[in-house]
Design a protein around this ligand. Structure first.
Ligand code: C2E
Ligand code: MG
Ligand code: MG
Ligand code: MG
Length: 284
């Protein structure tokens, strides 16, 4: 009986394993296909200056509408793309597309807007990563200081020694570097000081906690203070309500990004927004 039970368990494990395995293989196949067939799009979410309500730039966010799977969130496919290394060609497509889009604003006379692009550490660890970034700037004509690379805090800490020299080189070229989802990882304040970064993006989990004006959670405020003391620009992510906006304004964040301002927009809607010269009313 014990043998039978064991066998039964094994079978169950085997089946679910196979199912998961097949799903991953399929997802990988569809991702590869998606890249070839142009199924990816970039959406752009405005970042707004807390000081004057002007749009300072946009974060490029990938969108995938698969004919087989429908809309798939980057939260579910980026990890698979990283594990299969497909993130390398996908990430290259993202960077070139985003730089070309930002560069076109200037050509059309809409002014200068920074473009922030999420970069996976898998990409950064590639030997030709720096060449690829420099090529994206050259080919699209985007000024280096209008490009910001966003790297998540957790990932950077895992490969600190290999990444710091690369980041330092990119910084020396004028490219901006943001530490994304800050506060969720485990960088010590000491290592923060050694990172050649320009921007801290406070993770939205800290902003979510701001729900009652009378009880402002001091953690978000402390993070802003640290960033400012280190001479970094501080961006609050995931600002959804007026209350949260007021809070981050009082905490002296430099920029806000979130549904309170705008959801990520298609290329067409982004151009419309820029043309409208919209200034956001960020009241006190
Ligand atoms: P992230 O870089 O931290 O991007 C911010 C995420 O928060 C985006 O989710 C954005 O749509 C969402 N968001 C913005 N404002 C609000 C708000 O007010 N409330 C809430 N609840 N959410 C808000 P999205 O687009 O689903 O992307 C998820 C993550 O996927 C990104 O997090 C980033 O880590 C990754 N990702 C997206 N595009 C790319 C890409 O092109 N390359 C790489 N490597 N990763 C990407
Ligand atoms: Mg980001
Ligand atoms: Mg983030
Ligand atoms: Mg995130």
């Amino acid at each position: 009986a014990a043998k039978e039970a064991g066998k039964g368990k094994y079978m169950v494990f085997d089946q679910s394993f196979l199912q998961v395995f097949n799903e991953r293989v399929n997802l990988e196949k569809y991702l590869r296909q998606g890249l070839q067939n142009g199924e990816f799009q970039l959406f752009y979410q405005p970042q707004v200056s807390v000081r004057n309500g002007h749009i300072t730039g946009f974060e490029a966010l990938i969108r995938w509408n698969s004919p087989e799977l429908g809309f798939v969130s980057p939260l579910s496919f980026i990890k698979i793309a990283e594990d299969s290394r497909l993130i390398i060609p996908i990430g290259e497509w993202v960077l070139f597309r985003a730089c070309a889009f930002a560069s076109s604003f200037q050509e059309e006379g809409y002014g200068k807007f920074k473009i922030s692009v999420n970069i996976s550490v898998i990409q950064m660890l590639q030997d030709d990563f720096i060449d690829m970034v420099m090529r994206a700037l050259e080919d699209t004509g985007l000024e280096p200081d209008l490009l910001e690379l966003e790297i998540t805090e957790t990932l950077i800490m895992e490969s600190f020694d290999a990444l710091i020299p690369k980041l330092a080189f990119l910084r020396s070229k004028g490219i901006q570097i943001a530490l994304d989802d800050f506060g969720t990882g485990y960088s010590s304040l000491g290592s923060l000081q050694d990172m050649p970064i320009t921007t801290l993006k406070i993770d939205k989990t800290f902003i979510e906690q701001v729900s009652d004006e009378g009880d402002p959670r001091s953690l978000a405020k402390a993070i802003v203070l640290i960033g400012r003391k280190m001479g970094l620009k501080v961006v609050a992510e995931g600002v959804e309500t007026e209350q949260q906006m007021k809070y981050v304004k009082r905490a002296k964040c430099d920029m806000i990004q979130g549904y309170y301002i705008s959801k990520p927009l298609s290329e067409e809607d982004t151009i419309q927004l820029i043309r409208s010269k919209k200034v956001y009313d960020i009241r006190r």
